[in-house]
Design a binder for this molecule. Structure first.
Ligand code: GDP
Ligand code: MG
Length: 439
């Protein structure tokens, strides 16, 4: 998803960045391009227009035009406004004061209600909860069976009463949950190919009977603006609390993700990124905005780096680089700097160019701690003169850090490569720590 949009935005930003100083006309021209890019990504017309108007207003006002890197500032504003457009911050599920928390899944047929009932159940289970799935789609013959298959895959029980009135099933299910200590009830309801009175009435009846804590509308991202229109109607006739946007892994242009919030006023809470029950992600507006801009969250990366990088340390490092000296103490410092920037995962994700290629599961925060442990097990002398670390020292370090000789060897190899790199950097004229980073 979003490749087309990202590419188009990147192109119009390239032009902006190339300019030393921006005129009002430059900004307006860039925003015309942004608007076209949004429309092409199937963003609602009004939403696209309001969005670019807002960015233009901010970019022309303020001191943006006077800024040294005005193009960069405009991109920063686009990033912020995209985030805002998608709701600003993450929206969590509300929780019942007295369990169970009742989640009601609704949406058109094929949008992904049954699959996402299962995904949510799995997520809740992993978080230590006891969810109960409820089969309230009594019209499609195989619907109950489908939910049972999903339930058995994740070992979550499914409450069903055959094909009786779904309002009664929902009511009985909540009672059952109370009696048996389930703290979440996930009601999988029926969908139709189109919104119709009968469907809405049934959903309204379930709602007024079990008073769900969350009515979650499941919409298919592949259907673009239609999905947004569906969301609007469901919200008007049923009232929804949030949206689950599914099939974001597919060939969607992404417009739904950008328009839903603006059109309905309701946030996207989760996104479905595949057919597997693990493929559910909490929706992070800021991260999504960065993904769309396709450049990692460059600006906040720089901001964080600026805050974290200690000025004195940076100056010391520069001196060492100039002398081609880089030892384990410096590496430890670097680790600390990264730590101050927040979670390793979040930090790496923000690095332009590589951030978006790295998945959460690729980053093992504990591996990072393991490296630190190894360095801590070195003597002062060893840290300052890594070349003295011979096999017997390695054995001692491995034992001291609770790691293996292989781990120590791996660190040594990586470290040597790092030293090489540092040498290259230090060998050039002037240190590589930029003025901007030091502020
Ligand atoms: P329901 O009719 O709303 O209950 O929809 P289902 O849960 O039965 O899903 C309809 C189809 O969409 C199934 O084939 C699912 O495997 C598929 N599906 C659901 N969510 C996703 C998703 O996030 N990504 C992809 N690629 N397929 C999905
Ligand atoms: Mg279903």
């Amino acid at each position: 998803a979003f490749e087309g949009l990202s590419e188009r935005l990147e192109n119009s930003f390239k032009k902006l960045r190339a300019k030393g100083k921006l005129t009002e006309a430059d900004v307006k021209e860039a925003m015309r391009e942004v608007r076209l890019a949004l429309l092409e990504a199937d963003v609602n017309y009004k939403v696209a227009k309001e969005f670019t108007n807002k960015v233009t207003e901010r970019a022309i006002g303020d001191d943006v035009m006077e800024n040294l890197t005005p193009g960069q500032m405009v991109i920063k504003i686009v990033n912020e406004e995209l985030t805002e457009l998608m709701g600003g911050t993450e929206s969590r599920l509300s929780i019942a004061k007295h369990p169970p928390t009742v989640l009601m899944m609704c949406g058109l047929q094929g949008s992904g209600k049954t699959t996402h009932s299962g995904k949510l159940a799995l997520k809740l289970k992993k978080d230590g909860h006891r969810p109960l799935l409820v089969a309230c789609d009594v019209y499609r013959p195989a619907a109950i069976k489908q939910l049972q298959v999903v339930g058995s895959q994740i070992d979550v029980p499914v409450f069903e009463m055959g094909t009786i009135n779904p309002v009664n099933i929902a009511e009985e299910a909540v009672k059952h949950a109370k009696d048996h200590g389930y703290d979440y009830v996930i009601i999988d309801t029926a969908g139709r190919l189109h919104i119709d009175e009968a469907l809405m009435e049934e959903l309204q009846n379930i709602r007024s009977t079990v008073h769900p804590n969350e009515i979650l509308l499941v919409i298919d991202a592949m259907t673009g603006q239609d999905a947004v229109n569906v969301a609007k109607s469901f919200n008007e006739s049923l009232g929804i609390d949030g949206v689950i946007l599914t099939k974001l892994d597919g060939d969607t242009r992404g417009g739904a993700a950008l328009s839903v919030r603006a059109v309905t006023g309701k946030p996207i809470k989760f996104v479905g990124t595949g057919e597997k029950l693990e493929n559910l992600e909490v929706f992070h507006p800021a991260r999504m905005a960065s993904r769309i801009l396709g450049m990692g969250d460059v600006l906040s990366f720089i901001e964080k780096a600026e805050m974290a990088l200690d000025e004195k340390k940076a100056a010391e490092l520069e001196k060492k680089l100039a002398k081609n000296k880089f030892d384990f103490n410096d590496l430890l410092d670097q680790f600390e700097q990264i730590e101050r920037m927040g979670s390793l995962k979040d930090t790496i994700k923000m690095i332009p160019g590589i951030g978006k290629q790295i998945k959460d599961e690729d980053i093992d925060e504990r591996a990072f701690d393991r490296l630190r442990c190894i360095i801590y097990s070195m003597t002062k002398q060893e840290r300052a003169n890594p070349e003295i670390i011979n096999p017997s020292r390695k054995r001692r370090i491995a034992a001291g850090s609770g790691t293996s000789i292989e781990d120590v060897n791996k660190l040594m190899t990586q470290f040597k490569q790092m030293q090489k790199m540092v040498k290259q950097v230090g060998g050039r004229k002037g240190p590589k720590v930029s003025k901007k980073m030091r502020r």
